[in-house]
Ligand binder design. Structure first.
Ligand code: HEC
Length: 320
């Protein structure tokens, strides 16, 4: 028997103890089901092909942006690309965003969802799972394209083809709400900026990636509010909360209670800003300053004990 096989029952025992200690937080769990028990589900695994779990949790395609680092449209587009609320219906409920299939803007070779995929890395975007209205009644999954390379849809900024395609995708394929013109142009700017990194095809998945997406989403929301786009800003704020939830999932176990408590508090503090009719960008700035000063250093200190650690991710996958 391999050494790993021998440790599995022990790991299971630890899992049970964690489950029991998780009962202490039951009230909290009931209050917000998304912030589940001490061993919450890892949402990405819902749409990961069996056998691909460790790779999906620990690595991602490398992306090198073709845009300038401070391009505001690209920043807003990236925030929306990672926000499940941009999509409607089942996709949003399952926490699926554009990035679930186009990992880091590229291609998720591990994606597999029952009824939507044939093999790993394929999806039928006109499936009734996403949109009963648009469903074409045929099961025809296609390989998920890598958006770093030219495809069927022209990326030329003058034609408007990409914006039209993206609108159809959001509203018709994924039953999302009608996006504003500026949301579409931001998304198109991000998609057009996606580049590969030459020889480097993969990079690890770390806490820093999620932290960057939280920051980016909150900054995007601030800019959107300033330009009167409150509905799109709410999608970006929900996107920031989604990223905090993804961090929370990885900080599993009783020894990381403090981290999870602070993540929950930070996420709750964002909620009223998203729901306000006249949100104040200054509040988002204050939130971001607190996030950077208090929460990020706390999370960094315990990253090695979280499921961002490859060894821990491997153990967890074996346990599930
Ligand atoms: C469930 C997986 C999935 C999700 C979610 C998804 N896509 Fe795709 N995407 C695909 C597949 C599969 C294709 C290829 C469809 C085809 O060839 O008919 C595709 C095609 C595309 C293309 C066309 C590429 C080309 O030029 O040929 C773009 C651009 C794109 N997606 C962007 C997005 C954006 C932006 C979002 C979010 C609004 C998104 N996708 C969400 C799976 C997905």
């Amino acid at each position: 028997m391999p050494a790993g096989g021998r440790t599995a029952p022990l790991d299971k025992g630890v899992g049970q103890i964690r489950l029991l200690t998780g009962c202490a937080g039951l009230a909290l769990i009931l209050a917000t089901s998304a912030w589940a028990a001490a061993e919450p589900r890892l949402s990405a695994l819902i749409w990961t092909a069996p056998g691909h779990e460790v790779a999906a949790l620990t690595r991602q395609p490398a992306m090198c942006s073709k845009a300038k680092a401070d391009d505001a449209d690209v920043l807003i587009g990236e925030a929306l690309f990672n926000a499940p609320m941009l999509l409607g219906g089942q996709a949003a409920r399952a926490d699926i965003s554009c990035a679930s299939c186009h990992s880091n803007g590229r291609r998720n070779p591990h994606f597999r969802l029952e009824g939507v995929s044939a093999g790993p890395g394929t999806a039928d975007v006109s499936s009734s799972f996403f949109s009963p209205a648009r469903a074409n009644g045929r099961f025809d999954p296609k390989p998920i394209p890598d958006l770093a390379y030219p495809g069927r849809i022209s990326r030329a900024p003058t034609t408007g083809d990409l914006e039209r395609f993206l609108r159809g995708l959001i509203v018709e394929e994924f039953s999302g709400r009608e996006p504003s013109r500026s949301a579409l142009s931001a998304l198109a700017a991000y998609v057009s900026a996606i580049g590969d990194c030459g020889a480097v095809q993969e990079q690890p998945r770390r806490l820093a990636d999620q932290v960057l997406l939280v920051r980016l989403s909150v900054m995007a929301a601030g800019r959107l509010i300033a330009s009167g786009e409150t509905e799109t800003a709410a999608i970006a704020v929900a996107g920031a909360r989604h990223q905090l939830g993804l961090i929370d999932e990885r900080y599993a176990g009783a020894s990381l209670d403090r981290e999870r408590g602070q993540l929950l508090a930070a996420s709750r503090a964002l909620q009223p800003i998203a729901q306000s009719r006249a949100p104040d960008p200054a509040e988002l700035q204050r939130w971001l300053a607190g996030f950077d000063r208090v929460l990020v250093p706390l999370l960094r200190r315990s990253e090695a004990r979280s499921l961002y650690s490859e060894a821990r991710a491997v153990r967890r996958v074996r346990q599930d």
